[in-house]
Design a protein around this ligand. Structure first.
Ligand SMILES: O=C(O)[C@H](O)COP(=O)(O)O
Length: 345
């Protein structure tokens, strides 16, 4: 989409009063706003089914600040990030969540939990397709779980990114690992994206169900009992984690390690799992333990949030790399997309 079309998209939104200086301008949840600009059909709205089925939330449109471009800096612990407090408050950042593509045990309908299995061919294709959908959205840092299906999803998705930065898994599990994986070129660092693998983002541990077939388990223990283990908030499977227990590690990690990066203006992608992401979305969308029961995440579908002034606004699932709508709501993303188009044309 030509840069002028982006200006038009932004202008049109502004003329429709969709940008305002008073902070949040709430649209009705579920509504769609069509914006035609230079032959570009732009549809904006919450993704419907097949992505993140949950309690519908209002679409928040915020006046975005001009944004930041960020380069690959040594991954500072959030406490050390040096954004000034006022700068922190004004930054806007994109947050992309992706559940891993289909895994070999998803395909066999086995409870997986923390067992470390790879993607199927279909899962690989899902990860690549997810990458195409987010290929124009900025990513400065990537967080994955410690499990290969999430890491494969992140790496495959990033092969489709138009910026073509190189994701580099950060090894700091030991002093030697840190020393032996150093990058000595500043220019190369600028063309790289740090990837942090964190066990706290692992799938919930399914205890004695891991490896069992979901249908056979329902036949043995009853459908209701299995549904309770799978979807209740505070009832764990035998010797496993409840969603609440999973949230205690996943959401804590998100708040301690990821949210400060967003606050400093870093655009973040998280590739994780059905339940570790359900617990994070419960936090982002302020869902109750009742509402989260109906939240289901499809494999390999990216979900976009905008983080601004400490608030998370769900923007749905970008359906195509050419979709301008997600940018037109947020000035910083529109400017990023324009720079990307200018740089690549
Ligand atoms: O761990 C698993 O089996 C899947 O990733 C998620 O399973 P669930 O949909 O039964 O929670």
């Amino acid at each position: 989409m030509a840069a002028s079309a982006f200006h038009q998209a932004i202008g049109t939104l502004q003329s429709h009063g969709h940008f305002n200086n008073s902070g949040l301008h709430h649209e009705q949840g579920d509504n769609y706003m069509r914006l035609i600009s230079k032959g570009f059909k732009v549809e904006i709205g919450l993704s419907k089914r097949g992505c993140c089925r949950s309690v519908q939330r209002n679409i928040g449109v915020v006046q975005a600040s001009t944004s930041q471009t960020s380069v690959f800096e040594p991954v500072l612990s959030p406490a050390k990030s040096n954004a000034s407090s006022s700068q922190k408050k004004s930054n806007e950042a994109a947050l992309i969540l992706i559940r891993h593509g289909e895994s070999l045990w998803n395909e066999k309908n086995l409870f997986t939990g923390c067992v470390d299995v790879p993607l199927t061919k279909k899962g690989v294709e899902e990860a690549i397709e997810a990458g195409q959908r987010i290929s124009n959205i900025p990513v400065d840092m990537i967080y994955t779980s410690a499990l290969i299906r999430a890491q494969m999803t992140a790496m495959l998705a990033m092969t489709q990114h138009r910026r073509q930065k190189v994701p580099i898994i950060i090894h700091n599990e030991s002093e030697q690992a840190r020393a032996w994986s150093q990058v000595f070129s500043e220019e190369t660092k600028k063309q790289s994206i740090p990837v942090i693998a964190a066990w706290q983002l692992n799938e919930r541990m399914y205890g004695e169900l891991q490896g069992l077939n979901k249908q056979e388990t329902a036949d043995r223990y009853g459908k209701e009992q299995v549904h309770e283990w799978r979807r209740s908030y505070d009832i764990p499977p035998p010797n496993g984690e409840s969603l609440e227990m999973c949230a205690q590690r996943a959401v804590a990690y998100f708040k301690d390690q990821i949210e400060p990066q967003l606050l400093s203006g870093k655009n973040v992608m998280i590739a994780a799992h059905g339940n570790s992401l359900r617990s994070i979305i419960m936090y982002l969308d302020k869902l109750t333990s009742q509402e989260v029961i109906s939240l289901e995440l499809s494999t390999g579908i990216p979900m976009l949030y905008i983080f601004k002034e400490g608030k998370f606004i769900r923007r749905g699932s970008p359906v195509a790399p050419t979709e301008a709508g997600v940018y037109a709501y947020t000035r910083s993303l529109a400017l990023y997309r324009q720079k990307l188009d200018d740089m690549l044309h």
